[in-house]
Write a protein that binds this ligand. Sequence first.
Ligand code: PLP
Length: 410
Amino acid sequence: MIPAVARPAPLVSTEGTTGREEWALDPAQRHINHGSYGAVPRRTLAFQQALKNELEANPLQWFDTLPDRMAAERAALAAFLGAEPHEIAAVPNASAAASVMFGSLRLNAGDEVLITDHVYGAVALGARRFADRWGAVVRVAAVPLAAGAEESLDAIASAVTSRTRVAIVDHISSATARGFPIAEIVELAQQHGFTLLVDGAHAAGILESAAEVAAGTENVVWFGNLHKFPAAPRPAAVLVARGALADATHPLIDSWGAGLPYPDRFDQQGTIDTTGFLSASFGIGEIERLFGWAELRRYGAELGAYAVSILAPALGEWVDDPVVELGMPEPLQPLLRLPEGVAADAAGQRALKNALSREAGVEAGVMTWNGGGYLRLSAHAYNEAEDYERLLERGIPVIARIAAEHSRAH
Ligand SMILES: Cc1ncc(COP(=O)(O)O)c(C=O)c1O
């Protein structure tokens, strides 16, 4: 039985506007997949445009003063991220942060790189290329969806060997939208002396002071996107490191700052547009002023629960257990199981995502993991109960049609 949840009223800002009015998203569609590419408020876009105007008015002055602006922005982001300004390096995106680490770390032949079966696909590809380059191997720890903190830690710990040099664990996973016991995995890394990369692509903003979990550790690097939940203009991300590991970490693009210490050498990467990164703390501050981050998280969790309460019974006609029982759930991104054969592979995932967009007017997070299809919902300040009601009314029939086609064919 899925408990009924009261229909939440839209989140209203201190200026009387709704989240939907504040965001630049196309109102013809319902956007319930913040996790893939984020979405930016109008005020943040206006701030970024003013920076772009300044750049275009005098590119020479802009690039001369850019390192100082970047350093000031890193300092402005520190409290929100739960890290010190001198630990924060600017990178374009989480993929770049992972690539920076794969390019900076050294391995020996026969070493092991440990990942889980939840690690983001593109990061896993990077890990394999990194391991191949050094004649090392990738070991994958399987963590069941329902595994709680203890079982998840056990699954990862039992895959650690005397050859483990580097491990990559998601703070919050992408396809399965679940948390991992990062504080305990940080301890595991200390005990065994391996380098831990925490992929916080989804964690910044969803979790308060997300990077704090690695505070004071010299063998743990945390990275996260500012263009996902913090709603900065793309691309904007950070890598957080300290000590000898930070000293050995270099940007993907060698530029005039190459000889500078970490993280200053990341502030200059040739001629690139960093106005997205430079708008991040403004946007985060505006969300705090208009809605409050704590209130946004509370609202998102309530809205997520409401979405599950209306969608799961409808999916229940096609799936025995539509609500995925996650061991470490993440309330702003609840996960629903799709009927057998729906979005079970990459082609099916794309087909359903496009059908929901075209036929139902809903931009949804359709995920494929271990041969099963999932709907990863999301609830941000701009979402309203009506978004998930549209998915119920117009999207569930699309899913039911694809499920029926599959069952006829098999
Ligand atoms: C867990 C995780 N890691 C890394 C990434 C890559 O982020 P980006 O495309 O911004 O580099 C994503 C993107 O969704 C993600 O979910």
